[in-house]
Design a protein around this ligand. Structure first.
Ligand code: TYM
Length: 335
């Protein structure tokens, strides 16, 4: 079977999007958009694997959608919708719950991180999360999945699930999706601790640059970003041994579209304060048009809802025949 080149990717509406989401995923989505048929999803079903206040969930769903459009996702060209509008995700996820093995899910590091010490109290949804993620991708027969580094293990699992389904039901029905982990900032780290991933769930807002931050907030966070006492590294090898320096250099390189080598060459031996001023300038120049456009879009929530509704209808139409064929393969009577 040959498959069309099709992208699926998603982002959770659990808070403000940050620079890690942008550089690790969203910017790549925008860049890939002209060359692929794309389905981009605000994954509200995934969000509720951890408790979400209902009003906040609705608000964040609109904010994330506005942010994606402001960053350059064109909802006419690509499909943009919130996941719960298409019941096929949850329906296929159930079938995949019965394909994936407990042992496979037990190895997922994100579950261990998110469940923490009190595993008995984690939702069943949090454990089965990677199966829903596999369903998101497979229900569209997506072939490519642009994500940040932290999603790699989940995508390997999605490939294993697709392969097992194909073996169990004797047909190369699902494509094995390819992860696309692109660019120089595939794992953006916290500004307060260069060994921890930048994350929406970090208690410290100073640990991340949100796509809603204004120029003053960005400047303040970059100024306060943790560094070591030495001047700027004079080689990439030196930078790699210094997590905070390495992270800031990676962020600068990604935002300025330069290589880490070029950035190191320019700032070698200089004070961090000078570098941080340059980093603030490039971050503000890059992010402030997105923030402004996002605010403009959020002034008209009905328009955002209409975009998501239209995207949801197109998503349903695309997945419906694939879901119907899945049911046939499994042997469900459906006539
Ligand atoms: P989420 O919402 O945590 O993150 C959305 C995207 O941003 C990337 N990302 C990062 N990249 C670099 N550095 C960081 N610090 C950083 N933090 C986040 C993530 O890798 C992701 O690409 N499970 C997914 C959402 C999802 C999905 C899918 C993705 C659900 N179904 C199907 C792909 C395909 C998640 O929680 O992403």
């Amino acid at each position: 079977m040959t498959f069309a080149r099709r992208i699926f990717s998603g982002v959770q509406p659990t808070g403000n999007l940050h620079l890690g989401n942008y550089l690790g995923a969203i910017r790549n989505w925008v860049r890939l958009q002209p060359d692929f048929e794309c389905v981009f999803c605000v994954v509200d079903l995934h969000a509720i694997t951890l408790w979400q206040d209902p009003a906040e969930l609705t608000k964040h769903t609109r904010e994330v959608a506005a942010c994606l459009i402001a960053a350059g996702i064109d909802p006419k060209q690509s499909i943009l919708f919130n996941q719960s509008r298409n019941p096929n995700h949850a329906e296929l996820a159930w079938v995949l719950n019965c394909v994936a093995r407990m042992g496979w899910l037990n190895r997922m590091t994100q579950f261990k991180d998110k469940a923490g010490k009190d595993r008995e109290n984690a939702s069943v949804g949090l454990f089965a999360y990677p199966n829903l993620m596999a369903a998101d991708i497979l229900v569209y027969h997506a072939t490519h999945v642009p994500v940040g580094e932290d999603q790699k293990q989940h995508l390997e699992l999605a490939r294993d699930i697709a392969q097992k389904f194909n073996n169990d039901f004797g047909q190369a029905f699902f494509p094995l999706p390819e992860p696309q982990i692109l660019g120089t900032a595939t794992r953006v780290m916290s500004l307060r601790d260069g060994t921890k991933k930048m994350s929406k769930s970090d208690a410290s807002d100073a640990s991340r640059i949100n796509l809603t931050d204004d120029a003053d907030q960005i400047a303040q966070k970059v100024r306060r970003a943790k560094t070591d006492p030495l001047p700027m590294p004079d080689s990439v090898e030196d930078a790699e041994k210094r997590p905070e320096a390495d992270n800031l250099i990676g962020i600068y390189a990604a935002l300025a579209d330069r290589t880490p080598d070029e950035v190191v060459a320019e700032f070698a031996g200089r004070q961090f304060s000078e570098f941080k001023t340059a980093l603030t300038d490039v971050a503000v120049a890059h992010l402030s048009p997105i923030t402004a456009e996002m605010r403009r879009l959020l002034a008209d929530p009905a328009q955002i809802d209409a975009v998501l509704k239209d995207g949801g209808e197109r998503a349903c139409a695309l997945s419906q025949p694939i879901m119907a064929r899945t049911k046939e393969l499994v042997g469900f009577l459906n006539n």
